[in-house]
Design a binder for this molecule. Sequence first.
Ligand code: MGD
Ligand code: MGD
Ligand code: MO
Length: 770
Amino acid sequence: MSKVRRFPHCSHWGAYTILVEDGRIVGIEPFEHDPSPSPINQSVRDWASTERRVLTPLVRSGWLENRENSDRRGRGSDRFVPVSWDEATSLVAGEIRRVSESFGNASIFAGSYGWTSCGRFHHAPSQLKRMLNLVGGYTGHVDTYSIAAGPVILRHTLGDDGACGGQANTLDTVAEHTETLVVFGALSPRTAQNEAGGIASHALETHLHRIAARGVKVILVSPLRDDIPDWVAAEWWPIRPNTDTALMLGLAGEILKRGRHDRSFLERCTSGSERLICYLDGSRDGAVKDAAWAAGITGLDAAWIADLAQRLVETRSMLTVSWSLQRAHHGEQPFWAALALAAMTGQIGLPGGGVGYGYASLGGVGAPINLAKSPALPQLRKPLESFIPVARISDMLLNPGGEYSYEGETRTYPDARLVYWAGGNPYHHHQDLNRLAEAWTRPETIIVQDPMFTATAQRADIVLPANTSIERNDIAGNKRSDCVIAMHKAIGPVGDSRSDFAIFRAIAEKLGVGPAFDEGRDEMGWLRHLYEATRADAAARLGFAMPDFDTFWTQGYARCPTEAEHTYLSEFRERPEDNALGTESGRIVLGSQTLDALGYDDCPAHPAWIEPVEWLGAADAIDQFHLISHQPEGRLHSQLETSPASLAAKRGGREQARLHPQDAAVLGIADGQTIRLWNERGACLATARLTDDVRRRVVVLPTGAWFTPTGNSGLDIAGNPNVLTVDIGTSRFGQGCSAHTCLVRIEPYEGEAGDAIEHYREQMERLVAV
Ligand SMILES: Nc1nc2c(c(=O)[nH]1)N[C@H]1C(S)=C(S)[C@@H](COP(=O)(O)OP(=O)(O)OC[C@H]3O[C@@H](n4cnc5c(=O)[nH]c(N)nc54)[C@H](O)[C@@H]3O)O[C@H]1N2
Ligand SMILES: Nc1nc2c(c(=O)[nH]1)N[C@H]1C(S)=C(S)[C@@H](COP(=O)(O)OP(=O)(O)OC[C@H]3O[C@@H](n4cnc5c(=O)[nH]c(N)nc54)[C@H](O)[C@@H]3O)O[C@H]1N2
Ligand SMILES: [Mo]
């Protein structure tokens, strides 16, 4: 008689138990200690289906014939030839050796950005980097698509980027002490569902309920009303996108005008405030930065702004700034301006006061801080210090040897001949996909390792089918979660897929570094080793007892030592001399000598409002819309795109774009109609959804639809916003991605486009047909 077996597991969106009967998944149960589990849990059963999976190693026919001299424009259209694992891993090892010997290891680009699965051992980019570090290294990347401009500017103004990633005030203190909460961006369970490396307990709603119950004055500054749950009863300030810096500086200037700035705090705890003040009071450029000035740029009401300036100094006030604000042109500025505004109020370092970044952008930001070492596969010593800023991938491929600047240094792009991508999907995550497609023809060889036949895998020369986390054992955990979670193998591998570790071990062996790569441990040996390192650290450094590995593995989770009720910079505030920050002055930098010396007009020496390259205030924006391509509700990026939670947000076989009914009326667009969004970079289709939750002249199209270009024009019929977005760095200083800066035109679409998912399936079948 068959019996249901239970397997504890975890994904970036949370922990759950997989119920399996006769090798088939028959149910998913959320983790018992999670107060708000994510609906995406239910989607993981689709990993077991063969639909969209890569079932065997594949090599593009053109590459197989001509190797590095192949016609690279055949990527994405040449048929694939199935090969054995032995042949595939030999080809990969051969390419690594060839490029290393002929051009040097900097010509191997293995930044391999991406979220892969949440398991810390099979973590594909870490495995890849570990292997390559044993054979001379690779060109990697710094920062992330999530945050780049933000951490770069905070390193220079706060001394480190901890405040960006969960080391600012914990949300329990905000829920308890804050009287005025200004949310720039979002505080939404939509994004808080996910946490890199998994999350055991989703606590955002608990904190928001407390905030609502205490009657905290909450102001949501966002082009989108549902960026905070409606039951929080926030006041909605529908700001013109990408103008938050002007609002923040207008508030700071208004405080200054009224003489309400905290002079003592500025003097004791900051440097360069005179530079900022000359800008705010107009003595630098003749424009007084006050409520009226900010109203003109942001489209908000001057009286509201003036009122808020007063509230910020008269009540315990806290500013939260979502990561989204810095994924925009000049994204350094809103992060720095918010810091400046909080410094003017003098509330930094007080419980529930000051500023913090990225709350709810991930579910663990603002959670109690995990003090123990998190489990992670060591990537070993790097023999090569070659890197690019993460989002400069097309720039690198298009301009080998070209100059660029990053964080104050002038650098050159390496000559990438071989690209190895494991666990990421650049045809999901990168901006201006048509430009990426051009850049993608430059490398001699492209290797993609993924369970799914993604748009990136379709455009590879060698595709290695990794299995998904439910087909192997792993361990989840990170700095922002209070548990490590056991991830048990629930089903056997789909097709001929193998675990990331098994794939890299086979390649390492062919490169002659097998023993150094696996250190004699197998999968379970490694999990035990990584867990025990966390446990030993918790015991030695913190006197905290975690269960032994076997108990942890059977129980499915183990609690870690955490610090709750954390107030950021409280000691610094008390005694700045004894707690100097790692900045040029040891204090919070409001006017920077470093940036003054660099003389950049796109990242000046004090926080400043600078017009983005595209925005609604531009002269040519009159018939255009600002595109917000935010994170999708029902999936993580492009993952599990055809699963129920993701499909729930699609209509008419493609992604929905939300716009205001009055705008739709002007354009002659009805709810549910197919629309075309376009600009000079590309075009895609979407299904219109009309709602007054969206500010006028803004269109919201979530990311993650699988890139499905059709016809000669390359019209994407799935609704992937990255055919429209702009591929420029945030500034010469930060070089982050500018995804949230983008203008588009919209029109009703009358043609016959077909169903995007069906079209994608047919394309997959064409590529692997023998
Ligand atoms: N327009 C616009 N673009 C954006 C953003 C935006 O706001 N707007 N946001 C950006 C942000 S913040 C991010 S983080 C990026 C996200 O970009 P990515 O991280 O590249 O997106 P994912 O879809 O999560 O890609 C992960 C890939 O790993 C694969 N994978 C899953 N598990 C495994 C595994 O166990 N092994 C291997 N080898 N592969 C696995 C998945 O199938 C998937 O193809 O997108 C960025 N792009
Ligand atoms: N369900 C789900 N959750 C996720 C992810 C996912 O793919 N799916 N991805 C995860 C990842 S990798 C990351 S990095 C985080 C990202 O977390 P965030 O960066 O916080 O998420 P976004 O959804 O891009 O943006 C949040 C909101 O910011 C607002 N916004 C955009 N531009 C502006 C602006 O100029 N001004 C103001 N005031 N508001 C603006 C938009 O209305 C948007 O809804 O999300 C994580 N959480
Ligand atoms: Mo991200």
